[in-house]
Design a protein around this ligand. Structure first.
Ligand code: AHR
Length: 326
């Protein structure tokens, strides 16, 4: 198993983070603005598209629990940017103490984040990044998507790059930070290899769309496909059904590399159906909750807090599975 720069999971399940830069905190008291000691937080989640997302939602709900001094107002936007912006506006109108956003897409945030700033409500981004001024949020806590793509691409180049290889790609949600950054990282890593991209289409990070899009690829390119890069486990798992239905053996006829390393993804690797899996740690809740409390207490917080990820061969997946937390 490849070790990250900063190792270890802190006590209480907080994910290990590498952090850079500092940001001043808000002047609000850490006990919440209503004087009852409870901190009210609005969390605008993307939706429920994947196993990764379920684990992330659970981690956030656990961390922002009543026993930890929070009242969490949760919204899942069904991966629709307009729903998510409306949810954030609703949080502002309710006068929450802080807002946490896992942005569906990178664009379109300036107006609503300015409104939050004008209302003196601090915003913390979790999981995904946005385009636009970093003055509009206090901190970002998440995974390095470009590095994940690079790790997947490096494996592909080392494994298949010296022979003619036809690749298809299942992309995540169009316009989302992970879809953009993983593609960039992967494409950079395979430069100079003999891997040729036949096609690349969105499967929206879901199993159902991963299956449908892979069926289309198989109809169009048949047995000439040697490699699938699925930008998350769920799309790769959906594609397995399509590959088997076409009479091909996943992991052999078509080599598969995916990102997330959920329990189901690692199980597919252990079964020999995925050849390599790159981790994207969803257990961000404890770090986000601590950052919210620090910001509200007026403390300086690290502006960019990056989780440390690993990657797994099938053998390493077998070893990791019994203790996998998501
Ligand atoms: O933003 C992280 C990505 O979003 C995960 O890789 C994917 O599974 C999720 O839906």
């Amino acid at each position: 198993m490849k070790k990250g720069i900063i190792a270890g999971i802190a006590l209480l399940g907080a994910v290990a983070m590498a952090a850079t830069g500092c940001s001043g905190g808000s002047s609000a008291a850490s006990g919440g603005s209503k004087g009852d000691g409870v901190v009210t937080v609005g969390f605008a989640q993307t939706g429920s598209e994947s196993g990764w997302r379920s684990a992330n939602t659970e981690s956030m709900k656990d961390a922002f629990s009543a026993k930890n001094g929070f009242k969490l107002i949760f919204n899942a936007a069904d991966n629709k940017p307009e729903n998510q912006i409306a949810a954030v506006r609703n949080f502002i109108n309710q006068g929450v103490d802080a807002i946490v956003i896992a942005p569906v897409v990178t664009t379109g945030w300036d107006d609503v984040l300015k409104e939050a700033k004008d209302a003196n409500i601090p915003v913390i981004l979790e999981d995904r990044t946005i385009d636009g001024s970093s003055d509009l949020y206090k901190a970002w806590i998440g995974d390095d998507f470009k590095k994940e793509g690079e790790t997947a691409g490096t494996w592909a180049k080392q494994t298949l790059g010296d022979k003619a290889t036809n690749m298809v790609v299942l992309e995540g949600t169009t316009g989302s930070a992970p879809a953009i950054d993983r593609a960039t990282g992967f494409d950079d890593a395979i430069k100079g290899s003999q891997i040729k991209k036949l096609d690349s289409q969105t499967g929206n990070f879901t199993r159902a769309d991963g299956k449908t899009v892979m069926e289309g690829f198989l109809q169009k390119y048949g047995k000439s496909i040697n490699l699938l890069f699925a930008q998350n486990d769920d799309m790769g798992l959906g594609a397995l059904d399509a590959i088997k239905a076409a009479g091909l053996t996943p992991g052999k006829d078509i080599q598969i590399v995916t990102i997330d390393a959920t329990h189901d993804g690692l199980q597919a690797a252990a079964n020999g159906e995925f050849n390599y899996v790159v981790e994207c740690n969803p257990l961000l809740g404890p770090t986000v909750a601590k950052t919210v409390k620090d910001v509200l207490a007026g403390k300086d917080v690290e502006k960019k807090q990056t989780a440390v990820d690993q990657s797994f061969t099938p053998e390493q997946a077998k070893t990791a599975l019994p203790d996998r937390k998501y």
